[in-house]
Design a protein around this ligand. Structure first.
Ligand code: HEM
Length: 474
């Protein structure tokens, strides 16, 4: 005989089948509820108390949102105001850390949703985390958006794959190779400065937003080095998926790409891997270096005494000629100026790490899955490390050989430190030398001091500088 259910009639509410269904549903809801309470209430309380016992405190955990709403509000408020042009910028760039470190100390526990984060400007803790080779501290899983921008290159790789890519990339960026790129860097910079000269159009002085102009210049330089092509051509390597392989193969003439290939089978990257590394170098290399140069020009415009010292050195070392690779080590004042700029305005403001297992850090017990935020900016501005004049621009700090520069790490520390550091410093020295050789710099009245952290730290509304032509009387 046909059952009620199969005949299309609903089951009676008290039938055994309906009762089983209701019981299963109730069980599922209960399991979900228990999991929710465990993850959102019990675990955060347990972690909070675990750290409190070890002397680490922070803003109280708020259900579901953690402290993300407060961070959002603090960042929004900070970004809405400009500040006077001093170098005391922590409050604007990392207002949450500025507020909490004053209340809870150098290491603070806070919550992103129900996920615990430790933010620490303690140099000893940072050093231990960054030089940890045991695999118990990792870079956090790359978010999918970053993957699109960076590709699956060095920045986001872990384990054996990272080791192979790192070894090959380190060879590609060693100092001897970088010296070989100097003529290309000089030619690209000259091309850009000729555009500035054309913009001057015979006037004694003119205003330019150097921030915008430098983004294009450094994109061009990295494209020439990485793709062996111009900015416009190079952009297509990551824009046009279909043509990636073809363009990458065309780019075989690039000095950089040829150094990525190896005679040893195990050290060879596939075409796709080379493309990913090109994307990585493009994104990791252009904005960071362009921002370093924007801040350097702003600082020299603000500190004419240092601008004059830099210019005198450049004329002494390079005469009236274009810089060459031999000049790189001779430009000592220029180097100190760049180092001091990287201290006060590090393009990478914060590093991220995550514990993969329970670890011991000094005396602290740190559970697995704790994300660390390591604010380079806060360490670089700490008066306990740099003295009472920590917020002053003083390149003399770098003029003598210092003791181990652990509290100074604009390029990171340990095995994951910046692989493009030699290239970045060479580019910056050449571009700075060529600019001060031609132009004198002054801050424009339209400039507002608004450092902000996006991918990197940049001037929120540009870097408007008044340029006038330098005539070398020597
Ligand atoms: C002033 C310019 C630059 C600054 C301040 C800078 C800063 C940094 C920092 C702080 C890290 C470490 C990130 C971490 O530990 O999580 C890093 C890594 C990296 N940088 Fe740079 N960088 C600069 C220029 C460049 C250039 C020019 C390139 C390449 C052309 C480059 C490529 C990379 C790559 C591939 C990594 C990842 C290395 C790895 O994980 O093994 N950077 N950079």
């Amino acid at each position: 005989m046909e059952s009620l259910a199969s005949s299309g009639y609903p089951l009676p509410i008290n039938s055994p089948a309906m009762q089983i269904l209701a019981a299963v549903l109730l069980l599922l809801v209960l399991i979900y509820l228990v999991k929710f309470i465990y993850a959102v209430i019990w675990l955060p309380r347990k972690i909070e108390s675990h750290f409190k016992k070890q002397g680490i405190k922070g803003p109280p955990y708020r259900l579901i949102y953690g402290n993300s709403q407060e961070i959002g509000q603090l960042l929004k408020d900070a970004a809405s105001k400009s500040i006077r042009f001093s170098h005391d910028i922590l409050q604007r760039v990392a207002p949450h850390y500025y507020k909490w470190s004053a209340m809870y100390g150098k290491t603070v526990l806070f919550w992103f949703g129900s996920k615990p984060r430790l933010i620490s400007a303690d140099p000893a803790m940072i050093k231990e985390l960054m030089v940890n080779h045991s695999g118990s501290v990792i870079k956090d899983a790359f978010n999918p958006l970053s993957k699109l921008l960076f590709g699956q290159g060095l920045v986001g790789l872990e384990g054996d794959k990272w080791s192979v890519h790192r070894k090959i990339s380190s060879q590609a960026f060693n100092m001897e190779r970088v010296k070989g790129w100097v003529p290309e860097i000089v030619a690209t910079t000259l091309n850009e400065l000729n555009k500035w000269e054309a913009q001057r159009g015979g006037r004694d002085e003119f205003e330019i937003d150097v921030h915008k102009a430098l983004q294009n210049l450094f994109a061009d330089i990295i494209c020439k080095a990485a793709f062996g092509s111009s900015f416009e051509e190079g952009k297509r390597v990551y824009e046009l998926q279909d043509q990636q392989a073809v363009l990458a193969l065309q780019a075989d003439r690039s000095i950089f790409l040829s150094s990525l290939s190896s005679d040893r089978e195990e050290d060879r990257l596939s075409v796709e891997e080379v493309i990913d590394e090109c994307k990585t170098f493009y994104f990791a290399g252009k904005e960071t270096t362009a921002n370093l140069m924007s801040w350097t020009l702003l600082l020299l415009a603000k500190h004419p005494d240092w601008q004059n010292r830099a210019r005198e050195e450049v004329f002494r070392v390079c005469k009236n000629q274009l810089p060459n690779s031999e000049n790189l080590t001779e430009l000592k004042t220029v180097t100190s100026i760049l180092q001091e700029t990287l201290r006060l305005y590090p393009p990478v403001v914060m590093l991220l790490r995550k514990t993969a297992k329970n670890i011991k850090l000094g005396k602290l017990d740190i559970p697995a899955n704790i994300e660390f935020h390591l604010p380079i900016l806060a360490v670089h501005h700490d008066p306990e490390i740099w003295g009472d004049d920590a917020n002053e621009f003083n390149p003399l700090r770098f003029s003598e050989r210092r003791k181990p520069l652990v509290p100074y790490f604009p390029f990171g520390l340990g095995p994951r430190s910046c692989v493009g550091q030699n290239l970045a410093m060479a580019e910056a020295k050449i571009v700075l030398a060529m600019i001060v050789q031609r132009f004198s710099l002054a801050i424009s009245p339209s400039y507002t001091h608004t450092p902000i952290r996006t991918w990197t730290m940049e001037p929120q509304y540009g870097a408007q500088i008044i340029l006038s032509r330098v005539v070398n009387s020597s």
